[in-house]
Ligand binder design. Structure first.
Ligand SMILES: Nc1ncnc2c1ncn2[C@@H]1O[C@H](COP(=O)(O)OP(=O)(O)OP(=O)(O)O)[C@@H](O)[C@H]1O
Ligand SMILES: [Mg+2]
Length: 222
């Protein structure tokens, strides 16, 4: 649980948090294999969890998980995100799957919805907005997210980033707050990893034995 339940005036809010979290969890589960179905990623998981939780360095870290399509980046990072160590370490968390079509406002709304339960609902209204109003709304949301995260140790996963424009978006909304926060980004392109991250975890192909195990599981056990 990212937040402690407490039974005072915050109770209703906490229940809403729980509902939002379980909604995110079910979205995430559709992306990520059940952990017992994951094959051959134990070492990568250990090393990433250690990177996220081990150091005494308070500086925010941006870690890229790099590899070709289908290699298991989302699967790996999902296991890391769901691990007990990571849940205990960070005060708040968000997972955002991006695509070429992801609008900046939707991206920020998703972050706000997960970090502090900002209502995500009126995106159609946003689309009808003129550009200057939309730009103001984006700025306002960026400030709000930044203020909220400034005093918190947060973890943010950006899954499937294909564009270096996210450097600017990250810079505007997610503070480098000296609290040991961490951003993990999965991508296929080395150029994107170099532009966005301090450390790159190159995901290797599975060992032949693990690849065979996975093939057999997928082909014969489902
Ligand atoms: N090591 C693994 N163990 C179990 N399943 C795996 C493993 N690696 C990949 N898969 C399965 O293969 C499919 C693709 O994996 P995944 O989505 O994690 O790849 P990806 O590297 O994120 O790909 P993309 O670049 O397209 O986003 C998924 O169905 C996933 O469950
Ligand atoms: Mg992926």
């Amino acid at each position: 649980m990212w937040r402690q339940l407490h039974f005072d005036e915050g109770e209703v809010r906490c229940l809403a948090d729980e509902q939002a979290r379980s909604r995110r969890q079910s979205e995430l589960s559709s992306l990520v294999e059940h952990e017992h179905d994951v094959v051959g990623l134990e070492d990568s998981k250990l090393s990433l969890v250690e990177q996220l939780t081990g150091g005494n360095n308070d500086q925010r870290t941006v870690i890229a998980v790099l590899g070709m399509g289908g290699l298991g980046k989302t699967t790996l990072v999902g296991c890391v995100y769901n691990s007990l160590q990571v849940k205990k370490r960070f005060e708040c968390a968000a997972w955002i799957s991006v695509s070429r079509d992801t609008e900046q406002i939707d991206f920020l709304r998703s972050a706000a919805a997960q970090f502090f339960k900002e209502d995500e609902s009126d995106t159609d209204e946003d689309r009808a907005m003129d550009l200057s109003r939309l730009a103001r709304k984006i700025k306002k949301l960026e400030r709000k997210i930044k203020n909220y995260l400034q005093q918190r140790r947060y973890v943010l996963v950006l899954d499937n980033v294909g564009d270096t424009k996210y450097a600017k978006i990250i810079g505007a909304a997610f503070p480098d707050n000296d609290r040991g926060s961490c951003i993990v980004i999965t991508m296929r392109l080395k150029s994107v990893a170099s532009a966005l991250a301090h450390h790159t975890h190159n995901l290797e192909c599975l060992k032949p034995r693990d690849a065979l195990t996975l093939l057999c599981k997928k082909a014969f056990l489902k």
